[in-house]
Ligand binder design. Structure first.
Ligand code: NAD
Length: 403
């Protein structure tokens, strides 16, 4: 079938398997171009199919030759409908990893659940024995609590005061005003339940109790801080409270991992177009301006450049890991450079619908947005008839290991 993008709000409901595969291939090339490094051997990535998690998996595999198990929640194709992009990404990733002789297996299901943790533990036990890097890169709108069955939905709201400001509808290319009412206490609690660190800690507890953590194990989750312009909605909003909890969890995990001589931390990453960030008010406009400035400065990075640099130059460089005073790795260094931020601040009030294309990189934003779903990828013939039914090798073959 011929697949075209169909958008609804800030998501695209179709995905192109060949375009997604090409994206993965491009990311693999970027990692190889950066060069091999002595890194982790057995890696578990939770949230491994898109964005930062997928880039983590690719950088660990094709940079350090690591064996990876990836956990994610994606939809296969059904009734002629396309699969989700993360499904196609993983199908391509596994195929290319296997072709080069790398171990790569995946688990598709709700990472918050006990069942998926159980399946993952059994697979690690059977195939790897232990893991020396655990990356927690989930971005989810909801969580069913594994103990109580209670359903929590996260939200992106300011706290204490309403937010009135501007944002962009990138696909319509329109500047619009946003007005967001402040979060209730319940909104904050719910968002912390979904995007905070409780589930990360549950994963680490499960791995520790099954004796699956290797000596020197590293575990990390991803954070975002950003500039003042986005603080009301991000750092000081509901999502920021969840990230505070994630930070607290990292500090606690650090103590737990002492007995393995291991470490847990947050890596503060750069703002990038992903399915998760597209949903945050204000952020798409900020990213559109940021991309313009960083491309002009020659410092623009995508998920894969961030992850290749994080793993090769920061964590596995052979030198002590450089942390900020709060104990976090800073991968937002180029984004937060004062020259970059000053230019963004100066442009921000001037941007209107009319000058959007010249003052910002809205074209780059939109292109990357469509590329997340496998569209607008150079070198792909979109008039081509393609099959939507693509298998993820390890999922179509695997018998779940017995406990
Ligand atoms: P993303 O939407 O691209 O990826 C989310 C991943 O989580 C996917 O693999 C998805 O399948 C998986 N997932 C979601 N719900 C799941 C569930 N219930 N069970 C199993 N898997 C599930 O998101 P992203 O932007 O790469 O975000 C990953 C992390 O990076 C988040 O913590 C985010 O806050 C952080 N981060 C993002 C940015 C950014 O600009 N995008 C910047 C800094 C930090």
């Amino acid at each position: 079938m011929i697949i075209t993008p169909k958008t609804r709000g800030f998501i695209c409901t179709t995905a192109h398997p060949i375009g997604c595969a090409k994206n993965v291939e491009n990311q693999i090339h970027a990692v190889k171009a950066k060069g091999a490094y002595k890194g982790p051997k057995h890696v578990l990535v939770i949230g491994a199919s898109t964005g930062y998690g997928l880039a983590s998996r690719i950088a660990a595999t094709f940079g350090a030759g690591a064996k990876t198990i990836g956990v994610f929640f994606e939809k296969p194709s059904e009734g002629g409908r396309t699969a989700s992009p993360g499904w196609y990404n993983t199908a391509a990733f596994e195929t290319l990893a296997h072709q080069e002789g790398y171990y790569a297996k995946s688990i598709n299901g709700d990472a918050f659940s006990k069942e998926i943790k159980k399946q993952t533990m059994a697979l690690i036990k059977q195939d790897l024995g232990s893991v020396d890097l655990v990356i927690y890169s989930l971005a989810s709108p909801r969580r069913v609590h594994p103990d109580t069955g209670e359903v929590f939905s996260s939200c992106l709201k300011p706290i204490h005061q309403p937010f009135i400001g501007k944002s962009v509808d990138p696909l319509r290319r329109e500047i619009k005003d946003v007005h967001l009412d402040p979060a209730t206490e319940e909104d904050v609690l719910n968002t912390v339940q979904v995007m905070g660190g409780e589930d990360w800690a549950m994963w680490m507890d499960a791995l520790a109790s099954e004796d699956l953590l290797a000596e020197g194990v590293i575990s990390m989750a991803y954070d975002y801080i950003g500039p003042e312009l986005t603080h009301a909605i991000y750092k000081n909003g509901t999502i920021g409270k969840a990230k505070d909890h994630l930070y607290k969890t990292a500090m606690e995990l650090n103590k737990t991992l002492e007995k393995y001589h291991g470490q847990a931390f947050l890596s503060v990453n750069k703002a990038l177009v992903t399915q998760a960030s597209a949903a945050i008010p204000v952020v798409p406009l900020y990213i559109s301006i940021l991309y313009k400035i960083m491309k002009e400065a020659g410092t623009q990075e995508g998920c894969i450049e961030q992850l290749a640099r994080l793993l090769k130059d920061k964590i596995y460089s052979g030198k002590p890991i450089e942390l900020d005073p709060a104990g976090r790795i800073r991968m937002d260094d180029y984004e937060m450079e004062s020259g970059v931020q000053q230019k963004i601040k100066a442009l921000w009030p001037k941007v209107t619908t009319e000058n959007l294309a010249t003052l910002t990189d809205i074209d780059g934003y939109c292109k990357e947005f469509y590329q997340l779903f496998g569209f607008e990828v150079p070198g792909i013939d979109y008039g081509m008839d393609v099959s939507v039914d693509v298998k993820i090798p390890s999922l179509s073959l695997r018998q779940f290991p017995r406990e």
